[in-house]
Every structure is written in structure tokens, then in C-alpha cells.
Write a new protein. Structure first.
Length: 98
């Protein structure tokens, strides 16, 4: 059983995914942490190790590598961890949704 190194934030937000040379795709990202997230709604044809750019709404884009692929979803690891203030931004969605 895999143990997560950090807490995942249970949000489901719209974003974008670019896997060059493919055009930008609309996606949903969830289970976000400082180091990565889960993506649904795109990713067909992607493989572990592919490099993508994930648009995290108003936060901007983060370059990431695909770490796992399953039907309908992929998991990515950001090249650079998200700043703690950005993680706090996503945590605020949990407060406002409660």
C-alpha cells in the first residue's frame, strides 16, 4: 500500500492541460498537493514520463510529469513544488465549501 508523503486537498476545479504538440485541453484537477495532482477529462494518449503543462486556474501554469495513467485520469508531479501560499489558496476552497 502506497503512503502519501503529504496531505491531498480534496478540491475539484477546472483547468487546462497542454501536452505539446497537442492543443490545450480543458480538464478538472483534484487531490492537489504541493507536489502534484490528479487530472480528469483529458490525457488520452499520454504515458508515464510525458511532460505536460497544467493550468491551475488563476494560479497559473505549472510544468509537470505524468506519474500514473488509468482510464479517464492521470496523476502528475509538478517540476517545482507549489509555494505554501498557493497550497493555502486551494485549502481556502474547503473552508468556503463547508
Amino acid at each position: 500500500m502506497e503512503r502519501r508523503r503529504e496531505r491531498r486537498i480534496a478540491v475539484e476545479l477546472p483547468g487546462t492541460l497542454v501536452a505539446h504538440p497537442r492543443p490545450e485541453q480543458r480538464i478538472w484537477y483534484s487531490q492537489i498537493s504541493a507536489n502534484g495532482c490528479r487530472i480528469t477529462g483529458a490525457g488520452e494518449g499520454l504515458a508515464v514520463g510525458d511532460v505536460v503543462e497544467v493550468g491551475l486556474g488563476p494560479v497559473g501554469a505549472s510544468r509537470a510529469a505524468v506519474r500514473w495513467v488509468e482510464p479517464g485520469a492521470i496523476g502528475v508531479q509538478f517540476d517545482e513544488p507549489l509555494h505554501p501560499a498557493i497550497v493555502g489558496y486551494f485549502e481556502a476552497f474547503l473552508v468556503t465549501a463547508a
